[in-house]
Design a protein around this ligand. Structure first.
Ligand code: GDP
Length: 484
């Protein structure tokens, strides 16, 4: 009864419990996926809190008011407070693959909500417009067209306004930003290899000082939301926004990321003929991030995982499905990976073996890119794959892959993680000890490179997985932390 109530709610309520602004706020036809997604997406098991809903509506108003002021950003991307009025910004700089870019847009947005800033996106490295609908009605989340992107290319490690560099220059303790800061901007370097000075971003005393700075540039490949809890005032607000703490990524992904109109066509052209009508969809995502692991061993691992954990039925020796009437339903299996070997292994298995039960098992794969490539067409295929995966009832994903994280967030499904293998020599030992895959412990993704918190500058930071009982080491990445 509870589930049918949820289904009814999602069909009636295109705002997803208030998470999204009312449809009348959008121009007609502006975002078709917004109106058409309902019937094909499994409704969320989680309701957004009234505090989060109120905060999002305030944010949308602020964005409408402040985004136009960004045209006044001067030639070198900086500005004086006078021209921006009381508007403050977080400017996201894109890098890495699409999954990384999505988890960092989401992290920067949560930070903007917590600090009353407005998020604007670099539109050069990613064709944001071609991939996503504008999430904030009546305005745009892209940097204005006159923005000086040549200058943005200088916002890197060497930039003199990098937070860590400013702190390091400040002398003993390294905990003070110059006030006022030159050009009223600071570059936040939150890349996985950031140093101990840049990592002080997560300290309350630094956050207090950042309040005075109008423009913050955000370059990252990390999901940093767990680390934002280390600031006491952020922690209190995050708890009000997400009373179920491990739903932050899920709610925010469903709020921000909706396929653009052209993407929607691409998604439907695969989903409707291949996946529609199945009783259940299982999504399998394989991403090999270790250079010394080969494809056949992972293909066997994937098959072992779905059979051992009873995610899909085992091939049987009985001939029962030779009768047309014995199977009346189907399960669709969507396999995404750069290489088609995983799809072929699964497909052949189910073509060659009868299975028990009432379902035929159909195995499908939307793309075969062979290796990681950059550019708009590849991003489109990647986004279509992530979105199609996210329509699954059950997910098996690869450890450490942000591509899998995005699918998990949109689906609202805790995935099974394939066990990480380090080398061919140790693979059998690893499988014997840990099995081919294991169920994840939380809907949240892993913050891969959390700080050792050294907020006083004494040089002996706290272990960030020991600070709060709800922040624990990740199951898929050694050294990472996640909200449980
Ligand atoms: P991560 O490296 O697994 O964390 O994920 P990212 O999305 O950040 O980077 C991987 C990139 O490689 C993607 O954005 C795609 O361009 C490409 N890629 C990896 N796996 C797949 C896949 O299964 N399908 C498609 N279409 N592209 C993929």
């Amino acid at each position: 009864a509870k589930i049918s109530k949820l289904v009814a709610l999602s069909l009636q309520d295109p705002t997803l419990g208030g998470l999204l602004p009312a449809l009348k706020e959008y121009e007609p036809g502006q975002c078709i996926s917004r109106t058409e997604e309902g019937p094909i997406r499994i409704p969320s098991r989680f309701t957004p809190s009234p505090y989060l809903v109120a905060k999002l509506r305030l944010y949308e108003n602020r964005h409408r008011k402040c985004a136009p002021k960004a045209v006044k950003l001067s030639k070198n991307g900086t500005n004086s407070r006078k021209e921006l009025g009381d508007c403050q910004f977080v400017i996201w700089i894109g890098n890495s693959g699409l999954g990384n870019r999505m988890i960092t847009i989401l992290s920067a947005f949560v930070y903007a909500l917590l600090t009353d800033r407005v998020l604007l996106l670099d539109n050069t490295s990613t064709d944001i417009d071609g991939l996503f609908c504008e999430p904030f009605p009546g305005t745009s989340w892209l940097l204005p067209e006159n923005y000086d992107y040549n200058w943005m290319n200088t916002v890197t490690w060497e930039n003199t306004n990098r937070l860590g560099r400013l702190l390091q220059m400040s002398g003993f303790g390294n905990i003070t930003i110059p006030s006022p800061v030159p050009n009223d901007y600071i570059f936040l370097n939150l890349m996985h290899d950031y140093d101990e000075h840049d990592r002080r971003f997560f300290c309350s005393r630094i956050q207090k000082q950042l309040k005075k700075v109008s423009l913050l540039y955000w370059r990252s490949n990390n999901y940093v939301v767990p680390g934002l809890h280390f600031d006491h005032s952020f922690h209190c607000k995050l708890d009000l926004m997400f009373p179920e703490r491990a739903t932050a990524f899920h709610h925010m992904a469903r709020y921000l990321f909706r396929p653009s109109n052209s993407m929607w066509g691409m998604i439907l052209r695969f989903r409707q003929p291949y996946l529609d009508g199945a009783r259940r969809q299982v999504g399998l995502q394989v991403r090999i991030l270790e250079s010394n692991v080969t494809i056949p061993i992972v293909a066997d691992q994937l098959l072992a995982c779905v059979l051992e954990k009873e995610i899909l039925p085992k091939g049987s020796s009985s001939a029962e499905d030779m009768l047309l009437s014995s199977k009346t339903r189907s399960t669709s299996v969507l396999v995404t990976s750069l290489d088609s070997a995983y799809y072929e292994t699964l497909r052949n298995y189910y073509l060659e073996h009868p299975v028990e039960g009432t379902d035929y098992i159909g195995v499908y794969s939307p793309s075969e890119e062979l290796y990681q490539q950059y550019g708009s067409d590849h991003d489109k295929k990647a986004w279509a794959d992530m979105y199609l995966l996210s329509l699954s009832n059950t997910l098996v994903t690869s450890p450490r892959s942000t591509f899998g994280y995005v699918a998990q967030a949109l689906a609202g499904v805790i995935p099974w993680f394939l066990t990480k293998i380090d080398s061919l020599e140790t693979a059998n030992e690893t499988f014997q000890a840990h099995g081919p895959c294991n169920r994840g412990v939380s809907l949240e993704p892993c913050f891969h490179a959390p700080p050792a918190l050294d907020c006083e500058g004494y040089g002996n930071g706290l272990n960030s997985s020991n600070i709060f009982s709800f922040i624990k080491p990740c199951e898929d990445v050694i050294g990472g932390i996640k909200i449980m």
